[in-house]
Design a protein around this ligand. Structure first.
Ligand code: ADP
Ligand code: MG
Length: 701
């Protein structure tokens, strides 16, 4: 095949004029032969199988059934008319439904004649139905040509409106396969092909569009999914290798005085095994000659702070300064207080730098940083400012990473001649499978164990109609001296409405919990930062018992005395957000509660989310459910990742293949790091064409 064949613009294909090409480009992003070839069908209609009505199940699958229409009627409803046919076979009955074109369809249909109907099954109550089925009289069906599996391509309303139907797209692909003679260059090495018994590329492309059987389709899918994931992994891993080789790091060779003193005299509790494991992993990084770029994941309350401190002590033992950054002033302040307390009488100089640090203090701080008198700087984004210069910054820790972007991380790199080691800490659990694919440029450590003796938070779901009971419960808790969070959703699209909800809620709370017996704080995003901090402070100090807020409190605030988290309209929150919010309580010695308030109408997904929350406190389990519900595209941080653009693989469903692909990518790079061996030429070629630009696998950022 001419190597440029696949780059050919679509209008050069027979059957595609400039108009169609335009529509295809706008609607599906297709511009070249390659794009069309990689427009994989979403699903296939299996024309080899016939179902009986009694065999149907409400899975939403496409099925083919032989039966007769015994009755036809027009049903009038508020939303318009529908044509409903009662359709029977010898095992049962179901409905066929049309919302449009009644008159014409009604005239065409013949009663009591055997038909083959074809379409997607739904169930309403106890009756199955099929909307706008494809229909054919049985006798014609038997005469016609049999296609085993009919591809169904992605489509849009505009496409169908412009006459580019599924049939048309399928013709285009056919034409392309004819013009290419179905010969496409192989892009995997013979040894991988053999070991995994993969279908050759050309055959796979043929069968993905026009499978000859379920079996061949499965083989084609496996081959193409593997290939796609393999190239993602190959890129991620080689990027990581390059970083390891190129970016020299500061070597922290000793574990010295400070670390040891802290460990033997100042540890307020025994470290959990998970904490020990993670400290060891980090120590290995710091002692090697490469720069550390590590992500530390640990659920809320898992004890990341002390790990951070111990790592910073390693830095000072080796003569380096460190800094730790938090996304808000309050959090930075809390870190500062917490770390200071942990350090006790130790001879470590620590200071706080935020937006509200006074000028005079700031000047002093800058000096101390530059002459090396300060060991640890705690702060907000203010730390990133160019004016802030260190004598020898050896380690930077970023807490709650999702508030910091990649750009900010890279800013830290330039704070020292040799880039400092970087540790990113997050309480947003990322499923292992996702982390592995997502953070090609970060190594990952996990604290997967909570300190002993924590009382698990009790989580319940209550309907709005039970609000009075919930309020009585709150009053009891307040009487016991506890504090309460009450959180309202805030979604950009309905911001105005959400604020109204929040304010209404606040008003009704102040009515049900009147002053002076009760003090209520309110915090939301439209307040000035100073006012927000002031209200937050009052709650932190225990001057107010109830905090009414939007999700601004999501990240990291620590009020151990708060024991109840009420989440209003909980059905509108995502799982990870619910879990984050719940993590605001359960920090003290008392039993804590999370109450999820909802209306009566709940979608299936909402129900699953609520059930997951009441069933488990395990952040990783929750993250896995979340990933299944939403797919990787929506998860935090995946926006920049190529995983969004996978054309055929699904990292959740195809996790097994992902693991295999990763394994083979690692083996390959071990064996032939520069892809120089002749047998790896197909891989090198494919890899280079990826690196060249936009391209087959649009996942290069
Ligand atoms: P997070 O991971 O959410 O940042 P923190 O570091 O704030 O968690 O720790 C939560 C609480 O648990 C703190 O009060 C801390 O002192 C305590 N803690 C941390 N590690 C342990 C441990 N190994 N044993 C007992 N308590 C611990
Ligand atoms: Mg923390």
């Amino acid at each position: 095949m001419n190597p440029n064949f696949l780059q050919t613009p679509l209008p050069y294909l027979k059957g595609i004029g400039p108009n169609r090409a335009d529509t295809l480009k706008v609607e599906l992003g297709l511009e070249t032969f390659r794009d069309l070839l990689h427009l994989f069908p979403n699903r296939y209609l299996d024309k080899t199988q016939y179902y009986k009505i009694s065999q149907l199940h409400p899975s939403g699958a496409d099925v083919q059934i032989v039966g007769k229409i015994v009755h036809l009627k027009i049903v009038e409803q508020k939303r318009g008319k529908r044509l409903v046919a009662r359709f029977v076979d010898e095992t049962g009955e179901m409905e066929l439904v049309w919302f449009r074109g009644h008159k014409w369809i009604k005239e065409q249909l013949k009663l009591n004649e055997p038909y083959v109907v074809f379409g997607r099954i739904n169930r309403y109550g106890s009756i199955f139905s099929m909307a706008h089925p494809e229909m054919e009289l049985l006798r014609e069906h038997q005469k016609g040509l049999k296609i085993a599996m009919q591809p169904i391509y992605p489509s849009t309303e505009k496409l169908s409106a412009k006459g580019i139907t599924n049939r048309v797209i399928s013709k285009m692909v056919q034409q392309l396969l004819i013009e290419s003679k179905g010969l496409f260059p192989e892009s995997l090495s013979p040894s991988i092909m053999e070991e995994l018994r993969l279908m050759p590329k050309s055959e796979a492309l043929l069968n993905i569009h026009f499978p000859k059987s379920q079996e061949l389709l499965a083989k084609a899918q496996f081959r193409l999914k593997f290939e796609e994931l393999f190239y993602v992994q190959l890129q991620l891993i080689s990027k990581k290798l390059v970083r390891r080789q190129k970016i020299k790091g500061l070597s922290f060779e000793t574990v010295g005085e400070n670390f040891n003193a802290f460990f033997s005299d100042h540890l307020p509790f025994e470290l959990t095994n998970a904490q020990k494991k993670v400290i060891k992993e980090i120590r290995n990084d710091l002692g090697s000659n490469a720069q550390m770029n590590r992500l530390l994941q640990g659920d809320v309350g898992s004890g990341k702070t002390i790990v951070a401190l111990m790592v910073m002590l390693m830095a000072s033992d080796n003569g380096y300064q460190s800094c730790i950054m938090a996304p808000t002033e309050i959090l930075a302040q809390q870190h500062y207080n917490g770390l200071k307390e942990l350090l006790g009488q130790m001879d470590i100089k620590i200071a706080l730098l935020t937006g509200s640090t006074k000028k005079s203090e700031r000047t002093l701080l800058h000096n101390q940083l530059e002459n090396g008198n300060l060991n640890i700087l705690v702060g907000t984004h203010a730390v990133l400012e160019d004016k802030v210069r260190f004598k020898n910054l050896g380690l930077a820790i970023i807490d709650e990473q999702h508030r910091f972007g990649v750009a900010q991380r890279s800013k830290l790199w330039h704070k020292n001649e040799t880039p400092p080691h970087i540790l990113v800490m997050t309480a947003t659990p990322i499923p292992r499978t996702l982390a592995m694919s997502l953070y090609g440029d970060l190594d990952v450590s996990v604290i997967d164990e909570l300190p002993p003796g924590r009382k698990p938070i009790k989580t319940v779901h209550r309907f709005d109609t039970n609000r009075l009971k919930v309020f009585r419960f709150i009053k009891d808790e307040i009487k016991k001296g506890r504090q309460i969070y009450m959180v309202y959703p805030l979604i950009q699209e309905s911001e105005a409405l959400d604020y109204k909800d929040l304010m209404d809620g606040y008003e009704s709370i102040t009515r049900d919990f009147p002053m002076p017996e009760y003090q209520v704080s309110i915090v939301h995003g439209k307040m000035k930062p100073a006012d927000k901090d002031y209200e937050m402070e009052r709650f932190v100090k225990g001057e107010t018992q109830i905090m009414v807020a939007t999700t601004v409190i999501e990240v990291g605030v620590n009020v151990p005395n708060a024991s109840v988290m009420i989440i209003e309209s909980a059905e509108r929150f995502g799982l990870s957000q619910l879990h984050q919010l719940r993590g605001r309580v359960g920090r003290g010695a008392e039993q804590s509660f999370c109450i999820l308030m909802t209306g009566n109408k709940l979608s299936e997904d909402s129900k699953t989310r609520l059930q997951t929350m009441t069933r488990t406190n395990d952040g990783f389990e929750i993250a896995e459910v979340d990933l299944k519900l939403r797919g990787p595209g929506d998860l935090m941080g995946t926006q920049q990742s190529g995983l969004l653009n996978l054309k055929i693989a699904d990292i959740v469903k195809d996790n097994q293949i992902l693991q295999t692909a990763r394994y083979h990518a690692i083996q390959l790079l071990k064996d032939d790091p520069r892809l120089e061996k002749p047998e790896n030429a197909p891989i090198r070629n494919a890899y280079n064409s990826i690196a060249m630009g936009r391209e087959i696998w649009g996942y290069i950022s």
